[in-house]
Design a protein around this ligand. Structure first.
Ligand SMILES: *Cc1c(COP(=O)(O)O)cnc(C)c1O
Length: 497
């Protein structure tokens, strides 16, 4: 199978090249030339397998230039016993008769990003070994909080890689900030920026295509790649857990093979929900994909009207990993829905860049609405939902997951849809202790680590040790730069100013 670019369909590269490069040279995103289909009976086979075996099977359908041996090495390493706090890796838990949560945060950094970022370093170094042998890969990351830490943890001390993470100084939770600024490893760097996530993301994208910077890298035997969900190597591991969740629903008797499910996903960059879309296109029976946003509801409006308009107020919310107004991966969905017309994609993305706005044709909007439902909820409703779910279902969810639950419930109430629903649970509640504590009525407190104790006493939920142990780690990175200084910060970290 080959990969092409959403902005130039004359491009044809192997999966290794797509993963090693991260983003296509003209700014487009790599996508498979055709979405592979699950064979008749394949779901039955997958049902009998462990998560690791399911992952190998599904990845083999996309990464066709990886040998079976290479895939075994990558997947066995990423999901090795002990790395995730559930032997299922992605743990499905029943909330009530209709809804289950898919806990994707049982990895080393307590957010769903680990599901992909534990695997990506293996995929990327294997891919680079095939395509760009002698180069050191420099991973640049823009993060709204969780990707940064998960990428640092995945790439720390991985040979022939360096990683640099930019995060919005006032746009992440105290725990997220500490997780990043205390990061260990010889090949890592972390820098705050005066700006929001979109500034960080645009800055990183601009560096990827900056001729001057690229020339310097070239001269020094370095090349850039991305660990953001614009990299295909981030998306493909995420397809696995939706297919795996369908198998778990069958195995637990919730559904029969062939029954449709809904999948609700708290969304920011549109990566996680896009993976659910690919799972559906591969053959997982899906009734609705429910796209849940916080107060930054640009996607809710888009799904309603077909107009994508980022010219609006940016809110810093209690679910910071979704504080995004430019959802990069929507480009991949549009590419699939517009008949893979790179001309159209270029037109829309150029309009997004110059006017901050584009609108899709009625026909495409119709296709979107056949599958997707959009909804949003603000911080007040998010807090109410955390409180309600804890009281009624005895389940403690984080602020992002709560957005997913809330938007799902509103949809189910409005439509009466009884379809069994999987809600992506994307972070451990202790990552957002302040908001979660106040939502369950715990007493206020200024110290983050005291908060963890109070949250444990209030709810009886244990705090993951990788978070509580940050208390004794020292801060290694305290630099903050302006958004137009990011390329200098990169060159300085690489020592090639
Ligand atoms: C990144 C993140 C999201 C949003 O995922 P996208 O793939 O960007 O849509 C939601 N919740 C949490 C906790 C996250 O870290």
């Amino acid at each position: 199978m080959f990969y092409t670019s959403t902005r130039d369909t004359s491009i044809k590269v192997s999966s290794s090249e797509a993963i090693a490069k991260g983003i296509s040279a003209e700014g487009g995103l790599f996508v498979p030339e055709a979405i592979p289909l699950l064979a008749p009976g394949q779901i039955d086979g997958l049902c009998a397998m462990s998560y690791i075996e399911r992952a190998k099977n599904i990845l083999a359908m996309y990464l066709t230039d990886f040998s079976q041996q290479e895939l075994d090495y990558c997947v066995n390493g990423a999901y090795a016993p002990g790395k995730f706090s559930s032997e299922k890796v992605a743990q499905l838990k029943k909330l009530n008769d209709k809804a289950s949560v898919l806990e994707l945060w049982r990895g080393p950094t307590c957010a769903f990003k680990d599901m992909a970022l534990q695997l990506l370093p293996y995929l990327l170094t294997t891919a680079a070994g095939k395509t760009v042998k002698d180069k050191t890969v420099v991973i640049l990351v823009a993060t709204s909080g969780d990707t940064g830490k998960a990428a640092l943890e995945g790439f720390k001390d991985v040979e022939k890689t360096k990683i640099m993470v930019f995060f919005p100084n006032d746009g992440v939770s105290p725990m997220q900030k500490l997780q990043m600024t205390t990061q260990e490893g010889e090949n890592v760097a972390v820098c705050a920026i005066n700006g929001n996530f979109d500034d960080a993301q645009s800055g990183v994208k601009a560096i990827f295509t900056d001729e001057k910077v690229l020339k310097k890298l070239e001269e020094n035997g370095l090349m850039f790649s991305s660990a953001n969900s614009i990299n295909w190597g981030r998306l493909v591991p995420q397809i696995v857990y939706y297919i795996s969740a369908y198998c778990e629903m069958i195995n637990s008797g919730e559904i029969k093979n062939g029954d449709k499910i809904n999948i609700a996903v708290p969304t920011g960059n549109f990566g996680n929900i896009l993976a659910a879309y690919y799972a559906m296109r591969m053959g997982i029976p899906v009734n609705r994909l429910i796209c849940a946003s916080n107060a930054n509801n640009v996607l809710t409006d888009f799904i309603e009207t077909g107009i994508y308009d980022k010219n609006r107020k940016f809110y810093t919310t209690a679910s910071p990993s979704m504080d995004i107004l430019i959802s990069s991966n929507l480009e991949r969905l549009l590419f699939e829905l517009c008949g893979r017309d790179d001309g159209k994609i270029n037109e829309w993305m150029a309009a997004l860049k110059s006017e901050g706005k584009y609108s899709v044709d009625a026909e495409i909007l119709k296709k979107i609405k056949e599958v997707f439902v959009g909804g949003c909820c603000d911080d007040t409703l998010t807090a109410q939902t955390i409180g309600k779910v804890f009281k009624e279902e005895n389940y403690l969810c984080d602020t992002h997951t709560a957005v997913g639950v809330r938007v799902y419930e509103e949809y189910a109430d409005k439509t009466g849809d009884e379809t069994k629903t999987v809600i992506a649970s994307t972070a451990n509640p202790y990552k957002f202790a302040k908001a979660v504590l106040s939502a369950v009525g715990g007493s206020e407190c200024d110290d983050e680590f005291e908060r963890l104790d109070i949250l444990r006493q209030t709810t009886g939920e244990e705090c993951p040790v990788q978070l509580s142990s940050l208390k004794t780690k020292s801060v290694r990175f305290s630099k903050c730069c302006e958004k137009d200084e990011m390329s200098n910060a990169v060159l300085s970290m690489l020592g090639i100013e």
